[in-house]
Design a protein. Structure first.
Length: 375
């Protein structure tokens, strides 16, 4: 452990328990990659009788496994666990852990009792910090299916969001909804830092070989992201103009709660409408699909929306409406706010939406703001 006045402990047990290359875990990955050298930190993982203390470099390699390895499902969990097992790192006991950090930082949403208990213990000893992503499980509970018996842990997590000494929110929307819904004390330190999109290199799109205008809707099928509304407006556009040469491509996992959404998409495909649904795509496949699409659709409610930034870096403009913090940041630079009823009538606008991919938020700036808030 470095001999320094300030050392931040960053709890990543949740990642090890459930690695799956989510947007939240992209945040973890770049926290490790970009963590400033002038603020010593260790990424902490509990083992059966000790804790492993990873350097930012070691944590970056570990957290990159779901994004870079191509491994999925149960094999991904095994790969991460095996990597942790083989890591040669500093270790400590629980007693030592409780006395070596000047700030305790929880960067990922978690309902794991051990993580929550550990955070509470540190709250009694040192300043604590968390990242505030959203309160959607509280404001949109119908989109979430919690394992029976875990609701108390969900409530405990959001209680800690409300009570932590420092909260770094990923958007103004996240901050406002947390302050209002959780009634966080306005005197507590609450800041905003926007996650980046520059992990995707700026991409020059290839010339189109097709006259069909392709619209992409990316992400797990969830009611709050308006997949049914997108589907219905697409069908309505075709009915109103049979000569309209458009297609709609859903990419993402089926709904696990609102399964009627899955049925609606499958019925539309069965009718031989120009609709596709790709499930289980790798990161590389997703990037290729974005590159091949003319427009990226982002409707409904998002806590932030990193895929919006990725799309703009890939050269594909974003049509959006609703609560879309990342898209709002990029309005006029690759983002176009348009009511859903008008989304499928703008094929003539291809190439006319200004794209400025260099304007997406940068990870280095985000991590620096997070680190400064934990000092």
């Amino acid at each position: 452990m470095p001999n320094s006045e300030n050392v931040v402990g960053i709890d990543i047990e949740q990642f090890v328990l459930d690695p799956f290359a989510s947007g939240v875990q992209r945040v973890l990955q770049y926290l490790a990659k970009e963590w400033p050298a002038d603020l010593p930190a260790r990424f902490v993982i509990p083992r059966s009788d000790h804790y492993k203390l990873l350097t930012p470099e070691q944590a970056y390699t570990l957290i990159s496994i779901p994004f870079d390895s191509g491994i999925t499902g149960l094999d991904l969990g095994k790969a991460v666990t095996e990597h942790v097992h083989q890591l040669e790192t500093e270790t400590c006991s629980e007693t030592q852990l409780m006395n070596m950090f000047t700030t305790w930082f929880l960067p990922e949403v978690t309902y794991e009792p051990s993580v929550l208990r550990r955070f509470e213990e540190f709250q009694q000893r040192v300043p604590t910090a968390m990242i505030g992503y959203d309160v959607l499980p509280m404001t949109h509970p119908g989109n979430y299916m919690f394992t029976p018996g875990t609701l108390a842990n969900v409530s405990e997590f959001f209680r800690l969001v409300a009570s932590t000494d420092t909260l770094i929110c990923i958007s103004d929307y996240a901050k406002d909804s947390i302050m209002e819904t959780l009634r966080r004390d306005p005197d507590k330190r609450t800041t905003v830092a926007h996650p980046g999109g520059d992990h995707i290199p700026i991409h020059m799109k290839k010339p189109k070989s097709s006259t069909t205008t392709s619209y992409l809707r990316l992400g797990t099928i969830e009611a709050r992201k308006a997949p049914l509304e997108i589907l219905e407006e697409f069908k309505r556009a075709l009915t109103g103009n049979p000569d309209l040469d458009i297609e709609l491509h859903f990419v993402g996992k089926p709904a696990s709660v609102d399964i009627y959404l899955n049925d609606a998409i499958e019925r539309a495909i069965a009718r031989e409408l120009p609709i596709r649904w790709t499930q289980g795509a790798t990161d590389a496949q997703v990037m290729q699909i974005i590159e091949e699409s003319d427009f990226f659709l982002s409707y409904g409610t998002e806590g932030y929306g990193i895929p919006v930034l990725e799309s703009i870096r890939m050269g594909t403009p974003v049509i959006f409406d609703g609560i879309q913090p990342a898209a709002e940041l990029m309005q006029g630079c690759g983002g176009l706010r348009r009511e859903l009823s008008q989304a499928f009538t703008i094929s003539e606008s291809i190439g006319l939406i200004p794209l400025e991919p260099s304007n997406v938020p940068r990870w280095g700036e985000f991590v620096q703001q997070v680190a400064d808030a934990t000092r």
